[in-house]
Design a binder for this molecule. Structure first.
Ligand SMILES: Cc1cc2nc3c(=O)[nH]c(=O)nc-3n(C[C@H](O)[C@H](O)[C@H](O)COP(=O)(O)O)c2cc1C
Length: 420
């Protein structure tokens, strides 16, 4: 466990405290160790026994316990963590954090820590909307504390509104993203061979292809490779043996991923075939549909006469079709991957085109995104995608490309757990 990231989870006294059990389990699955602090009110909702059993660690409750202070005092608890997460965060702990009150182990640890803190508020809608809570939240945000949720929805108190704690899956996603992007790159710091995709082999394509016009010129597109690289990073972080077949990009190689660099569609096809069989193939690269037929060995010259006038017309490029990597892998007769996912970059009728692409290529899912000018998808930080499978269309909200990578990897893990 020495290379595991460590979360200090503070569970306060809200009805959503029961969700902390799921949260702990899901974090541990991603090789994130969890140590718990439970407030007195929190212990009314969830037992220290259950938390200890799931976290595999002692649960810390009392600041004045001599044993705790000598073995693991409140300073040590914070020092030992990479991140402090308060979930659920009551209106009370939020107010105490804002005011700097330190009257129990949870609040004292929060006041004494220099570590990053994330809170997942959970409370009745009136408590949430109260001016005091809103003011407290504003101050905490200004101090650099991150918020996950709350969400709008039905409440335990039979009311509806803002104040429901974010779902554990969302909190896990934020925490994993925090660890993967905190170092300033998309490297999965949580990468582990024993995650939910352990034992699975994944091949991901990413980036554009460059199709030679002559030895110095090429045809290309605007793909940055950021989405494909993020998917490879996320699959590796869930334990998949991941091979990234990358066209020419500026993206750093994700850690824990084997990268095969290629230039053209033909090279990308050959590299993918060399990596099969695989359980998962994700074709996220923007592969050129055509290449220049018979590009010359030497640079094409712009011929000029003695007086500088043009002596020849501009060259005509004869194009020929590139191999269809997605279709050829999707229709393999033997050792077809259990899951083949294609990407559809469209500028109009995004869903319709993507639906027909899924059928015509024979792949299992299509991730469709709108790449028309103005969306900022190519090269941007964010993406809005629609995941299309045999059951229909799932519209995902706008998210960072890293988050889309994690969510897709999680969806893949769930699919393989169920169907293969
Ligand atoms: C049944 C019940 C449910 C409660 N749920 C919440 C809640 O969801 N959010 C909240 O802020 N307070 C809730 N409270 C109030 C807190 O438990 C109370 O403010 C307590 O002092 C919080 O202490 P702590 O922040 O130290 O855990 C609830 C109280 C009861 C009795």
């Amino acid at each position: 466990m020495s290379n595991w990231k460590r979360v200090l989870l503070i569970i306060t006294g809200g009805i959503a405290a029961y969700k902390s059990l799921e949260l702990i389990r899901d974090l541990q699955r991603r090789k994130i160790a969890v140590r718990c602090i439970l407030t007195r009110a929190g212990a009314e909702f969830v037992t220290p026994m259950a938390l200890a059993a799931l976290s595999g660690d002692k649960v810390y409750q009392d600041i004045f316990s001599l044993t705790d202070e000598s073995e693991m005092g409140h300073i040590e608890l914070s020092r030992d963590a990479d991140l402090i997460v308060v979930a659920p965060a009551t209106a009370n702990i939020i107010a105490k954090m804002r005011a700097g009150i330190a009257d129990d182990l949870a609040s004292t640890t929060l006041l004494a820590t220099g570590k990053p803190v994330v809170i997942a508020p959970a409370m009745n809608v009136r408590m949430w909307e109260h001016a005091a809570t809103q003011e407290n939240i504003g101050v905490l945000k200004d101090r650099g504390i991150s918020l996950i949720g709350p969400n709008e929805g039905d409440m335990a108190c039979n009311e509806f509104g803002m104040g429901r704690m974010a779902e554990p899956s969302k909190i896990v996603e934020e925490i994993t993203t925090f660890f993967s992007v905190r170092a300033g790159d998309t490297t999965p710091r949580l990468g582990a061979r024993n995650g939910v995709l352990s034992g699975r082999r994944a091949v991901v394509t990413s980036g554009p292809t460059h199709e030679a016009v002559d030895p110095v010129r090429y045809l290309a597109n605007h793909s940055s490779g950021r989405q494909g690289h993020a998917i490879a990073a996320a699959l590796a972080s869930l334990g998949a043996e991941t091979i990234l077949v990358a066209g020419p990009t500026q993206q750093p190689d994700p850690a824990g991923v084997t990268v095969k660099n290629v230039q053209s569609a033909v090279e990308m096809m050959a590299a993918c075939q060399a990596e099969l069989p695989a359980d998962i193939v994700i074709c996220a690269a923007a592969v050129a549909d055509w290449r220049v037929a018979n590009p010359p060995q030497d640079k094409i010259k712009k011929e000029r006469g003695k007086n500088g006038n043009k002596t020849s017309a501009p060259p005509v490029l004869q194009l020929e079709e590139n191999p269809d990597i997605l279709a050829s892998i999707s229709t393999l007769k033997t050792e077809r991957p259990a899951l083949v996912v294609g990407f559809a970059a469209e500028t109009n009728s995004v869903i319709e085109h993507a639906k027909s692409k899924r059928i015509s290529k024979g792949c299992d899912w299509i991730v469709a995104n709108d790449v028309s000018p103005g969306t900022g998808t190519f090269g941007g930080d964010h993406n809005t995608v629609h995941v299309i499978d045999g059951d229909g269309v799932e519209d995902w909200p706008v998210m960072s490309k890293e988050k889309i990578g994690f969510r897709l990897a999680e969806r893949i893990a769930q699919y393989l757990e169920t169907f293969s």
